[in-house]
Design a protein around this ligand. Structure first.
Ligand SMILES: Cc1ncc(COP(=O)(O)O)c(C=O)c1O
Length: 371
C-alpha cells in the first residue's frame, strides 16, 4: 500500500467501511479545475459522491454549476448551497409533480432537467404552466451510447421547438453523455469525440439558425473530459463524475488520466476456509457487483488475490499468502466501480493526517429526502 493510504487507529472502525482521503480528493478537484481551465467550465455530476460536504467543497473552489441523476441528489445539492442544478433525467410519473415541488421549495435554485421525448415535455409543461418561474429543459442528444437521447436530426429539432413553445418551460441547451467512448488509446478517444462533436455542433447551428437559443451544451464524463476540456467553445459545460474519487476501473480504462484513488474500502478477514482462501466482510452489500466477478476490487497488498465468490456479506479470495492472514486482520481494497459502491454506504470516514477526522453522511444515497 502506498504511504499516502496509511491510516492509524483503525481498530474502532466497523467494517466494511468506505474511507475517503481528503488530500487526494482535493488533488482530484484541483486537477479537474486545472484541466477545465477554470471552475466556471465545470458542471460535475454528484452521483459519484452523493455527499453534501463535497458539494460545499466544490462550491468553495468556485464550481457553481452541478449535475445530478435523482431528485434526492438535487435536494442534497440545494442543501449544500448550490444554486444551479441540472437533473440529467427525463422526469416521468411522480417525478413530474416532484420537480414542481422542488422548484417551489428551492426558489433560489436555477433548475433544469433533460428531455428526449414529447410526452414528458408535454406533461412537465402542463405541470409548470402556472409556475412563477419556468424551468430549463436541455434536449438530451444520443451520439452513440443508445441509453437515452434523440439523434441529432429533424425529430430532435421538433422536440426542441416543443420545449421552446411550452409556457412553463425554457429551452436551456443540449445535453450529451457519451459513456460509450471507452477507447483506451487517448488518440482514438480524441478522434471519436471530435467525430461526434461535429454532429452536435452542426445541430446546434441548425437550432441557432432557426432563432432558438442554445445557451449551453453539457458534455461528457470523466473519460472524454480531457478532450472536451481542450476545446475552445464558450458554450461547453464539462460534467465528469467519477474523477472526484476515481476507481480501479477507470485507472485501467484511461491510462492517460492522472486522477488518483481517493476512496478505498476497509475490510476485515472473517474466515479462512482453506489454505489458499480468505473470506472478507465485503459482500455485494458493501461493494458494487458489476460483472465480471474478477474485476470488482483490487487488493493492493494482495497482488496475487483472485476473487472467487461474492455473496451478500462475503467475498472469497484465493491467494498464495492466505495463511499470513488471520480473522480480524485488515485489508484495504480499491473498488472497481466507485459510484454504486458509495451508494451502499451510509457514511464515509474522512481521513486527514492519517486519522479519521470526520464522518460524512452519504445523504443522497436515498431515493428521496423530503420531496
Ligand atoms: C448523464 C451523465 N453525466 C455524467 C456522468 C459522469 O461520467 P463519469 O462517471 O464517467 O465521470 C454520468 C455517469 O454515469 C452520466 O450518466
Amino acid at each position: 500500500m502506498e504511504p499516502c493510504y496509511a491510516v492509524q487507529a483503525l481498530d474502532d472502525i466497523v467494517t466494511p467501511a468506505l474511507l475517503v482521503f481528503r488530500e487526494i480528493v482535493e488533488t482530484n478537484l484541483r486537477l479537474m479545475i486545472r484541466m477545465a481551465g477554470g471552475p466556471e467550465r465545470l458542471r460535475p455530476h454528484c452521483k459519484t459522491h452523493k455527499i453534501r460536504q463535497i458539494a460545499e467543497w466544490q462550491l468553495a473552489l468556485g464550481i457553481t454549476r452541478h449535475k445530478c441523476a435523482t431528485l434526492a441528489e438535487a435536494e442534497m445539492l440545494a442543501l449544500a448551497g448550490v444554486r444551479d442544478i441540472l437533473l440529467a433525467y427525463n422526469p416521468v410519473g411522480p417525478n413530474i409533480p416532484r420537480v414542481a415541488r422542488f422548484v417551489e421549495t428551492y426558489p433560489e435554485v436555477r433548475f433544469a432537467v433533460t428531455a428526449d421525448h414529447p410526452l414528458p415535455v408535454e406533461q412537465l409543461g402542463r405541470t409548470m404552466e402556472n409556475s412563477p418561474r419556468p424551468i430549463g429543459v436541455l434536449l438530451d442528444l444520443d451520439t452513440g451510447m443508445h441509453r437515452t437521447g434523440v439523434a441529432p436530426g429533424p425529430e430532435a429539432v421538433r422536440l426542441y421547438r416543443q420545449i421552446a413553445a411550452a409556457p412553463g418551460l425554457e429551452p436551456a441547451g443540449l445535453h450529451v453523455y457519451d459513456g460509450h467512448h471507452h477507447q483506451k488509446s487517448f488518440q482514438a478517444r480524441v478522434e471519436a469525440v471530435h467525430e461526434s462533436w461535429k454532429t452536435v455542433a452542426s445541430f446546434r447551428n441548425q437550432l441557432l439558425a432557426q432563432g432558438l437559443p442554445v445557451p449551453r451544451v453539457v458534455v461528457g464524463g470523466t473519460g472524454t473530459f480531457p478532450v472536451f476540456a481542450a476545446m475552445d467553445d464558450p458554450g461547453l459545460e464539462l460534467s465528469p463524475g467519477t474523477a472526484v474519487f476515481y476507481d480501479a476501473g477507470y485507472t485501467e480504462a484511461f491510462p492517460d488520466l492522472d486522477f488518483e484513488i481517493a476512496a478505498l474500502l476497509l475490510t476485515r478477514v472473517i474466515s479462512r476456509p482453506a489454505a489458499d482462501l480468505i473470506t472478507f466482510d465485503l459482500g455485494y452489500k458493501a461493494c458494487a457487483a458489476d460483472p465480471p466477478l474478477e474485476n470488482r476490487l483490487v487488493f493492493p497488498d494482495l497482488p496475487d488475490a483472485r476473487l472467487v465468490r461474492q455473496n451478500e456479506e462475503h467475498m472469497v479470495v484465493r491467494s498464495r499468502t492466505a495463511t499470513h492472514l488471520q480473522p480480524g486482520d485488515f485489508q484495504m481494497a480499491v473498488p472497481w466501480h466507485i459510484c454504486p459502491t458509495v451508494a451502499l454506504h451510509k457514511l464515509v470516514h474522512v481521513i486527514d493526517g492519517r486519522r479519521v477526522a470526520e464522518r460524512w453522511d452519504v445523504l443522497a444515497r436515498d431515493r428521496w429526502l423530503t420531496i
